[in-house]
Design a protein around this ligand. Structure first.
Ligand code: PMP
Length: 428
């Protein structure tokens, strides 16, 4: 039964049983309306209330400042690899255009000599537009490749690549002093926790911290696999995104936390006509942050059921942890510590894949070798773990090995059970 299983899958992940029990009722008959939550209109007051409550609870839980907007989108983390490119390139063009208009002495775009404006902008695009990527694992690599695919690789800058300092593999983060950041990049993009490679940034990078006036690089982060598990300095980011299916809820909704200064009225996206003149891509409307923001995430039919689940998880987190994300962080750290200590106690059997300095608290990746046999030992490890109810431990197909995804819904007792199994397996 469900109670016998601790599921360590990398996503979709375990959801709290109490949330699912309530959700099963809500699917049948929401608030005694005779209709389920997946059937009610996304234009209903019920839907609006669910969205607004989830936004408010997320804001409370993470202490999101007032000058940020929360968007619920579709398309997953993968959709955001594209959306970030479209929207942040658009924002860069808007900033550049304002600069050029000033140089041309024009009060507005309409007032400027159009040919002069487009020529100057095109020159800026050709010579200055860059998107910086810190590639520290498979997911940031995919995001970097998507930017190259959409824009052309000449606009992307591989500011750092972990594989260059770790024998061609992911598992370390190069020293910040070696990062080659562009001047005024449209964004500096990184993945805070690499789900496949088990690499997590230990903290917000020093070189990207804004100055005392709040001025700094435009930083965008993928937090799909570690959101809600530790405190984040939201004010340092221009945008943060994450799919819901690991630490927040069910698959089908992607959250974007975005600084309002990147949205209208401060920063309207350039017109499609101008983008075409500049040879730059125009975002599909469902990926346009300004369109989604303008419509409180209801430009098109959003899965309100998925927002509802996320909202219930947030409500549970807020009820469990009076000190909000700090409380969850303490538990997440403790769970990771228990599992890593068990692995470290048997160095002749277990090899933790990433470097200690960047080990993920969420995705614990290791290899198991006994008598020089890794493949056979890992197969036995997985089989014996499954037999005692520890499931979902197989590493990602691209890297093999074992991966314990230690997301928020894994209880402390579940992490302890895995640690005990790790100890027993090595001693058998
Ligand atoms: N980023 C990270 C860090 C991920 O772990 C994943 C999925 N596991 C993705 C992006 C892609 O998300 P999706 O499958 O929702 O597109």
């Amino acid at each position: 039964s469900r109670a016998d299983i601790t599921y360590f899958g990398a996503g979709p992940a375990l959801l709290p049983t109490s949330v699912l029990e309530e959700a099963s009722q809500a699917l049948l008959n929401y608030k005694d309306t005779g209709l389920g939550i997946a059937e009610h209109s996304h234009r209903s007051q019920y839907a609006a209330d669910i969205i607004n409550q989830a936004k408010s609870d997320l804001t409370t839980y993470l202490d999101i400042p007032e000058d940020y907007e929360i968007l619920f989108m579709q398309g997953g983390g993968t959709g955001e690899f594209s959306a970030t490119v479209y929207n942040l390139v658009g924002a860069w063009v808007t900033r550049k255009k304002a600069e050029i208009l000033k140089q041309l002495g024009a009060q507005s775009e309409e007032e400027a000599n159009q040919e002069e404006l487009v020529t100057a902008l095109k020159k800026a695009v050709d010579t200055e537009l860059k998107l910086d990527y810190l590639v520290t694992g498979g997911w940031s690599l995919k995001a970097y490749q998507e930017a190259g695919r959409l824009l052309g690789p000449e606009y992307t800058n591989l500011a750092t690549d972990s594989r260059t300092v770790n024998e061609g593999k992911f598992g370390k983060i190069p020293d910040e002093s070696t990062w080659k950041l562009s001047k005024n990049a449209a964004m500096v993009y990184y993945c805070d926790n690499e789900t496949v490679d088990g690499v997590e940034f230990p903290k917000f990078p020093d070189t990207l911290i804004p100055d005392s006036n709040g001025e700094g690089p435009i930083v965008v982060a993928d937090m799909s696999s570690n959101i809600l598990s530790r405190r984040i300095p939201v004010k340092n980011f221009s945008a943060i995104f994450f799919g819901a299916q690991k630490n927040l809820g069910s698959t089908g909704v992607t959250v974007v936390i975005i600084k309002k200064s990147l949205l209208p009225p401060a920063c309207p996206q350039p017109s499609p006509a101008l983008m075409r003149k500049l040879g730059l891509p125009v975002p599909p409307i469902v990926f346009s942050y300004e369109t989604v923001a303008k419509n409180n995430s209801l430009y098109n039919t959003l899965s309100i059921f998925d927002v509802y689940i996320a909202g219930q998880v947030l409500k549970k987190l807020l009820a469990t942890f009076p000190d909000k994300v700090d409380g969850q962080q303490a538990v997440a750290d403790q769970k990771a510590d228990i599992i890593y200590k068990a692995l470290e106690a048997h160095p002749n059997v277990y090899r933790i894949v990433p470097d200690k300095s960047v080990r993920s608290r969420m995705n614990i990746c290791f290899r198991v070798t006994i008598n020089n046999d890794t493949d056979g030992t890992e197969a036995r490890f997985l089989k014996e773990a499954t037999a005692v109810g520890l499931t979902g431990l197989k590493g990602h197909r691209s890297v093999g090995g074992i991966r314990a995804s230690n997301y928020n819904s894994i209880p402390l007792a579940g992490a302890q059970k895995l640690a005990d199994f790790i100890n027993n397996f090595a001693q058998a």
